[in-house]
Design a protein around this ligand. Structure first.
Ligand code: ADP
Ligand code: MG
Length: 497
């Protein structure tokens, strides 16, 4: 195909051009539907690859393979240190193929190459962090008060076969956030990548085989959510499903999981508040708040999409933020010097533009100057809306685009400020910019969100748990908690007589 970007290296171009199959039981197989679906480059809107369309029958085969590997294969016999070693080997392979993986990420998702590269290195760090836990994931001895003499202890055991369904905004990172802790805990897996971005998960599947993971431990079924995703979430032989995506789809996953009461964890949407206080270092707060919403073109579940600025600095901060957004260079992710890529799809671009129009017709003021006029690719310019009000759909709903709603506050009452933050169905993240650390701690305590950062945005450390309050989800990924969600706790009590 001649539609690939000319700056792609041969390795990435050759991979994209290949025939893309499903990874089931350690082998690459065609989908039982015989069908393929198309993958487009969001920077041009052109079709770049065709990928096997896995359906319910393929999910059955993949679950059977994962079941065999979990129940009776080599995998359960491996020592924790051997699981750790395999993960460390995978991390090395990810690093070694970092340029290729980064280019695939750009072609699949649209993000700028430099951003993709940092993300790929971050995934290698995540794998190494989780590899460390494989040998440290122990239970405890439990002192009993029952009559007699006892030895009681807990053990953490892998939950079993896990279905993992991931979104398109960070294709490789999302795959690794799911796979690495589940593998460290000793699970076997069926992974379903997003239909918009299947390429990097497939390349990762090759690296997983190259690292030496036994057949059936990781199975990868590409396909659509309503067919392959739904079959995986409902499957009676799957012990647990871990999902990242929209809150709406998350609710469907929960319903599908009811049949066998499989365990469910969910990392869903957000509408995260960011506060800028008048004493904040604005040199840091303005770019910080700008990147909190514009990074990855706003396609981030923890994007800081609601900005509350103290009235004393509101005018200046809003003007500076809009100017910052206007200066960001938009373009194809493979071009040099690009800050922001396109959105993932035409559907998403139109949805986001629809929100901006709705916000303006509801009375918001469009502060950003840049207007886009057509062209290839699914681009939306960074957009700052001022004079937004709590009841507007742009303030209440997750837009998943580079759209910031700015609102002034003129209040020192922490309960009322926390009330602004908490006036949302979501509770994923909150940002606070101030030099008053006492106040920052007090406000952090009052905000109902899974992560709060002070004078920083999106702290992506593998050790720091991440997940949502309220309708932002169930469970935590990263940190030790990421292994907890892939394990069952067993207690054993022995009467010593
Ligand atoms: P979007 O609408 O932006 O694609 P989703 O939350 O729907 O976001 O998609 C996230 C992931 O969930 C993707 O892998 C998608 O294929 C999958 N998915 C979508 N619908 C379902 C469903 N009904 N059951 C299971 N998975 C689904
Ligand atoms: Mg959807």
């Amino acid at each position: 195909m001649s539609t690939l970007h000319p700056r792609l290296d041969a390795a990435a171009a050759d991979f994209i051009r290949r025939e893309h199959r499903l990874l089931i039981d350690g082998r690459w197989v065609a989908a039982s539907s015989g069908r393929l679906f198309e993958v487009e480059d969001p920077g041009t809107g052109r079709i770049i690859a065709r990928v096997a369309e896995g359906v319910a029958r393929d999910i059955d085969l993949a679950v059977d393979a994962a079941r065999r590997a979990f129940d009776g294969g080599d995998w359960p016999k491996l020592k924790p240190a051997d699981r750790s070693r395999l993960l460390l080997r995978l991390a090395d392979l990810i690093e070694r193929h970092g340029d290729e993986l980064a280019q695939l990420e750009v072609m699949d998702n649209g993000k700028p190459l430099a951003v993709a590269r940092r993300g790929i290195l971050g995934t290698a760090d995540m794998v190494r962090y989780m590899a460390g836990w494989a040998t440290k994931f122990n239970g405890e001895a439990v002192p009993l008060s029952m009559p007699g003499e006892w030895h009681a202890y807990t053990v953490r055991e892998a939950v079993g076969v896990v279905g993992q369904i991931i979104p398109w905004n960070f294709p490789l990172s999302m795959a690794i956030w799911k796979l690495a802790p589940a593998l460290a805990a000793g699970c076997t897996i069926v992974l379903k990548p997003a239909e918009q971005t299947p390429l990097n998960a497939l390349r990762l599947g090759e690296l997983i085989l190259e690292a030496g993971f036994p057949a059936g431990v990781v199975n990868i079924v590409t396909g659509f959510g309503a067919e392959a995703g739904a079959a995986l979430a409902a499957h009676p032989k799957v012990d647990k499903v871990a999902f990242t995506g929209s809150t709406q789809t998350g609710k469907r996953i929960v319903q599908a999981a009811l049949g066998n009461l499989k365990k469910v964890t969910l990392e869903l949407g957000g509408k995260s508040p960011v506060f800028i206080f008048p004493d904040a270092d604005l040199e840091a707060a303005v770019p910080g708040a700008a990147n909190a919403i514009f990074f990855n073109s706003g396609q981030v579940c923890s994007a800081g999409s609601r900005l509350y600025v103290h009235a004393r600095v509101y005018e200046r901060v809003v003007a500076d933020l809009a100017a910052y957004g206007d200066r960001l260079r938009l373009g194809h992710g493979m071009e040099e010097g690009v800050d922001l890529g396109p959105l993932i799809s035409r559907v998403q671009m139109e949805r986001v533009r629809g929100y901006i129009e709705k916000g303006c017709s509801d009375g918001a003021t469009l502060v950003s100057q840049r207007r886009l006029d057509g062209g290839d690719g699914f681009f939306v310019a960074p957009t700052v809306l001022a004079d937004t009000r709590a009841e507007m759909s742009v303030v209440r709903e997750e837009i998943f685009g580079p759209v910031l709603c700015a609102m002034p506050f003129d209040d020192d009452d922490l309960e009322r400020l926390a009330g602004l933050a908490n006036d949302s169905d979501y509770g994923l993240f909150a940002g606070i910019w101030t030099r008053d650390f006492g106040m920052a701690h007090k406000l952090a305590k009052r905000i109902r969100a899974g992560s709060v950062s002070v004078n920083a945005h999106m702290v992506n450390d593998p050790a720091l748990p991440f997940g949502g309050f309220k309708q932002s989800g169930w469970g935590r990924e990263r940190g030790r908690e990421a292994l907890d969600i892939y394990s069952e706790l067993k207690s054993v009590a022995i009467n010593l007589g």
